[in-house]
Design a protein around this ligand. Structure first.
Ligand code: UD1
Length: 473
């Protein structure tokens, strides 16, 4: 089989984005655009993969995967043909085809590229271009065909005649080339056009003039192959990708009550019969099991929910694992490394951070549980605080099985509370508690008889105002 290499052009400034950030770093569905471009050659088994960078190169390299690509730098952006020339040293003797991609085309599907490569190889063409039919082709290059339909050249909108500008078939900028044709052809490029750039598109015309075969493959849907050039394009790409993800989930049996207000990143997996209520965000590498309920206004990122978990409204859940039968919220915050075992209940205004809650444990109201390892069937009363930070270090609290923590209690970590211990309401626990002990602080209750009566305001009926009683103290 012929070998396949890939080049990803990503040196352009992306001026029309009007951004400080390089264009290919703008995220679509949570991932920088260039990551999508890199996935395509990988899926097709292309190697090597050469990325042409030129603008804030170090920033771009940081978001690329650690392996599977090499970068070349185009220090001056003198056009797409000039950009490809930068890969010459690596690819000029490559014994096969070179797939040419842009770093700013996040919706391109691997099936489309497979079709491009297959057509290219079946026909024996030296170059095959991916084209699209567009109602408003704007500034894109037009594909000029001879009456019999053969592609003869690509003309940039700026250099086109009026008749050529009326052509609706555009060059998407994605191609497959025989390396043995491409690199010699690049040598002959001239920058004698309205932009004064070296156009990669000119190699298509050159091939035709030399009597070599050029093929074109048309995309079924123009949107998949069109690049992101502006913030408006970015929003469009985001909307298309989001809709695709939701459609896939619905085909897989997920119930989505209001797709327009549901945001799910492409890597997220959701089991069937799970219900996503409006305004749900499932982000990053989140995995949700079957029969879960995610009620409105929650943001769940990089978390795993087993089957049958219920997330009540307005929760933020990050980097956490929730076992089946558990429920969280409303208004709860699970921060990274929180683990809820089976049938745990986290209620309203509870924050959990880097803590494990054993099976059947409950914290139903207003608590902070940070750096806690909690056993089974622990009951945490309202207003509990694990005081984990001493100003320098984060300290751990161990709460063994079946401990009862009364409301408004604090545990000053590091500490261990023995199995079955009972912490009375309003206790500050400073020392280790043995199993099955009762712990409380001695704070005597003092009261003064009738004190409140003497403070009571007297109504001055004549003047219509209230006088404050004088305290005798
Ligand atoms: C190019 C095509 C045009 C096609 C359009 C599709 C040429 C001459 N024209 O237009 O026919 O319809 O793409 O989007 O090829 N880049 C570099 N270095 C450069 C210039 C560009 O790496 O010096 C990269 C950009 O980062 C981008 C891609 O090439 O990823 C396309 O550049 P862009 O300026 O958007 O395309 P045009 O040249 O306008």
């Amino acid at each position: 089989m012929t070998s396949l290499a890939a080049v990803i052009l990503a040196a352009g400034k992306g001026t029309r984005m009007r951004s400080k950030m390089p264009k290919v770093l703008h995220p679509v569905a949570g991932r920088p655009m260039i990551r999508y471009a890199l996935e395509l050659p990988e899926a097709l088994g292309a190697s090597p993969v050469v990325v042409v960078l030129g603008h804030q190169t170090d920033h771009v390299k940081k978001v690329l995967p650690p392996t599977g690509w090499q970068a070349v730098e185009q220090t001056e952006q003198l056009g797409t043909g000039h950009a490809v020339r930068q890969t010459e040293e690596i690819l000029k003797d490559f014994p096969g085809d070179v797939l040419m991609l842009y770093g700013d085309v996040p919706l391109l599907r691997v099936e489309t590229l497979r079709q491009l490569v297959e057509t290219h190889r079946r026909s024996g063409a030296v170059a095959t271009v991916l084209t699209a039919i567009m109602e408003q082709p704007g500034r894109l290059g037009r594909v000029v065909r001879e009456p019999a339909g053969r592609v003869v050249r690509i003309v940039e909108a700026l250099d086109a005649t009026e008749a050529e500008r009326a052509i609706r078939e555009v060059n998407t900028g994605t191609y497959c080339f025989q390396a043995s044709f491409l690199y010699p052809a690049l040598q002959d490029l001239r920058a004698d056009n309205s932009k004064g750039e070296y156009y990669l598109t000119d190699v298509i015309g050159a091939a035709c003039r030399a009597g070599l075969q050029v093929q074109a493959v048309q995309t079924e849907d123009w949107r998949e192959a069109v690049g992101v050039d502006s913030k408006a394009d970015l929003a469009m790409a985001e909307a298309i990708m989001r809709r695709q993800v939701l459609e896939r989930l619905m085909v897989e049996g997920v119930t989505i009550l209001d797709p327009p207000s549901t945001y799910v990143h492409p890597q997220v997996r959701v089991g069937r019969d799970t219900v996503l209520y409006p305004n749900t965000y499932l982000l990053g590498n989140t995995v949700i099991g079957e029969d879960c309920e995610v009620w409105p206004n929650s943001v769940i990122r990089d978390s795993t929910l087993e089957d049958g978990v219920v997330i009540l409204p307005s929760c933020v859940i990050t980097g956490s694992t929730i076992a089946s039968g558990s429920s969280v919220g409303p208004f709860a915050h699970l921060r990274p490394e929180s683990v809820l075992r089976k049938d745990v209940k986290i209620g309203n205004f509870v924050e959990v951070k880097k803590s494990l809650l054993g099976e059947g444990s409950k914290a139903s109201h207003l608590s902070y549980i940070g750096d806690v390892v909690m056993g089974k069937d622990v009951n945490v009363g309202a207003g509990f605080i694990a005081c984990n930070f001493d100003g320098e270090r984060k300290n751990e609290t161990i709460i063994e099985d079946e401990v009862f923590i009364g409301s408004d209690s604090q545990i000053i970590a590091p500490l261990r509370i023995g199995k079955g211990a009972y912490i009375a309401t309003g206790t500050t626990v400073r020392k280790e508690v043995p199993p099955h002990a009762l712990v409380y602080n001695t704070k005597d209750q003092v009261h003064r008889d009738n004190w409140a009566l003497q403070r009571k305001p007297k109504a001055d009926t004549e003047h219509g105002h209230v006088e404050q009683a004088q305290s005798e103290d």
